[in-house]
Design a binder for this molecule. Structure first.
Ligand code: GLP
Length: 242
């Protein structure tokens, strides 16, 4: 079941999303949180950091598992998702870095890395709350439009539209990695709760497809219609086609 909360702007969206995550942490201090990158959740992380600094949150027993990582980027590359998570959340709160997990983008043995990451997720006992952004083509994590829904962690060839969308973070489009490790749709769907943040006009059409059109692997996020507990927080621009 999908519940949608429409907010006035990005800042309200971020505050509401952070409040939901912070309730999860308060109710279950040893939660496993599935985390996302991209520009959308940055404000959510900023709010969580504020709540931590105010003494309202304790991350010491939290475990995290990230959705995805570019293949070929080292951890110190400022476009790696490892770097992103440190910059936007981990280094600002009392999380134990040993309890954080991100696919290893430097691993060239794809099968080995996917198996390792699948084991990481299953050994944690599954994900309590998964935070998601939404790609403009409907991807979640890096699960691109495809003929079928994926199950576990796998390596994805990024579509041209994703490469183009992500080029803004790189010096030139040639530097955008062409492959990424991502958690599979099956793993995302196994999360007990899912929280999606969406903002801006550019996401309005795809949000409508996610919510209103038949479930279809060409819109990977549409599978969320089959999950029992999804909350989408959208700003009014993203919700403008609903
Ligand atoms: C990226 C990430 C996704 C993210 C999406 C949207 O490529 N792999 O996890 O949700 O694209 O990004 P943004 O929030 O910057 O629009």
């Amino acid at each position: 079941m999908i519940r949608i909360i429409i907010t006035g702007n990005y800042s309200d969206m971020s505050r509401k999303a952070a409040n939901i995550i912070s309730a999860q942490i308060t109710l279950k201090p040893d939660s496993v949180l599935g985390l996302a990158t991209g520009s959308t959740p940055i404000g959510t992380y900023e709010r969580l950091i504020e709540q931590y600094k105010d003494g309202d949150l304790d991350f010491s027993a939290i475990h995290t598992v990230n959705l995805d990582e570019y293949q070929g980027l080292t951890r110190d590359n400022d476009q790696s998702y490892y770097h992103f998570m440190n910059e936007h959340l981990f280094r600002h709160v009392n999380i134990d870095l040993n309890n954080t997990n991100i696919p290893d983008g430097t691993q060239t043995d794809t099968e080995k890395e996917c198996e390792r990451y699948n084991n990481v997720i299953s050994n944690m006992g599954g994900i309590d709350m998964q935070l998601l952004g939404l790609g403009q083509n409907g991807h979640i994590g890096f699960n691109e439009p495809a003929d079928t829904f994926s199950g576990g962690t796998h390596l994805v060839a990024l579509t041209q539209s994703t490469i183009d969308a992500n080029a803004r973070f790189f010096k030139s489009i040639d530097e955008v990695p062409k492959f990424s490790y991502t958690m599979g749709i099956g793993q995302i769907m196994s999360a007990r709760k899912i929280l999606v943040v969406v903002n801006g006009k550019a996401k309005a059409e795809i949000l409508k497809k996610l919510m209103c059109e038949p479930v279809n692997p060409m819109v990977p996020a549409s599978i969320l219609q089959f999950h029992p507990d999804v909350v989408i927080i959208a700003d009014k621009e993203a919700a403008s086609c609903l």
